[in-house]
Design a protein around this ligand. Structure first.
Ligand SMILES: [Zn+2]
Length: 254
């Protein structure tokens, strides 16, 4: 039996008005509606310490306009609520490079960041000459990322990879070229943290792709992969669904 992990969701901030058209563009009746959306990071607490999934965002690496009104709390304080010290976190898995998932890297001073090579190469590669892509990252982020690489604190993986017994990443792409999910053994079976392959439970349960994607077909396939990897459907967790927080900022979901 592999070791098992407790799974915690921690809300670093909240946007009040995501357009539903971005969450599920194929549902036309939702196109003009807005809804509150939490920004969530995850902690997998296992026998050899805590592994964190995504960093949240850092006010220094996002625009002031974007950060405004989000009721931000720094990840170290949230993790302390479940007894995790960020100085002791050695592994942070980054589902993808969008600002609310990766720009909080400075909050984890001793961690190595596990990233798909395809994701790293996309955000540092030739397509960045197009403003549409390049503008999704603040100018300070890429030099900071390169410093992490030079310091040996970025581990690039290619495809599905087991990181520790009972804990691995599943490359799915779709939302971004190197988006990855995380699978973790829990007392209830295998849980899957989907990253932005699924924003909400509805994306997962109705296999509806999110409205922000690099490859739509891969997004649809990724939803199937999330459900089939999880031992049961309710062990697949979307990354921006308010209901999973049960009204709290920090909650154990498994
Ligand atoms: Zn994203």
């Amino acid at each position: 039996m592999p070791p098992t992990y407790a799974v915690y969701a921690l809300m670093v901030g909240m946007a009040e008005n995501w357009m539903r058209s971005g969450i599920m563009p194929c549902i036309r009746s939702d196109a003009g509606r807005e809804e509150p959306v939490p920004y969530i990071i995850w902690c997998l607490d296992g026998p050899d310490g805590a592994v964190v999934v995504d960093t949240g965002y850092h006010p220094d690496y996002v625009s002031a306009a974007w950060a405004q009104g989000k009721n931000f709390r720094e990840p170290p304080g949230l993790l302390a609520e479940i007894g995790v010290k960020v100085d002791e976190v050695r592994t942070v898995i980054v589902t993808h490079f969008h600002l609310d998932h990766f720009t909080g890297f400075d909050f984890f001073p001793r961690a190595t960041f596990v990233i798909q090579r395809a994701e790293y190469e996309f955000w540092t590669g030739p397509l960045m000459r197009y403003p549409y892509f390049n503008n999704q990252i603040q100018p300070k982020v890429r030099p900071a990322l390169e410093r992490l690489v030079q310091a040996g604190r970025v581990r690039l993986v290619e495809g599905d990879t087991e990181l520790l017994p009972g804990l691995g990443v599943v490359r799915v792409g779709g939302h971004t070229p190197g988006s990855q999910m995380v699978s973790a053994a829990t007392p209830l079976g295998t849980a899957v943290i989907c990253g932005d392959v699924a924003y909400t439970y509805r994306n997962l349960h109705e296999r509806l792709p999110v409205g922000w994607y690099y490859n739509l077909a891969d997004c649809v396939v990724a939803l199937e992969r999330a459900i089939s990897t999880a031992t049961q459907p309710d062990l697949a967790f979307p990354n921006h669904d308010l209901s999973l927080l049960q009204g709290k900022r920090v909650v154990r979901v498994v």
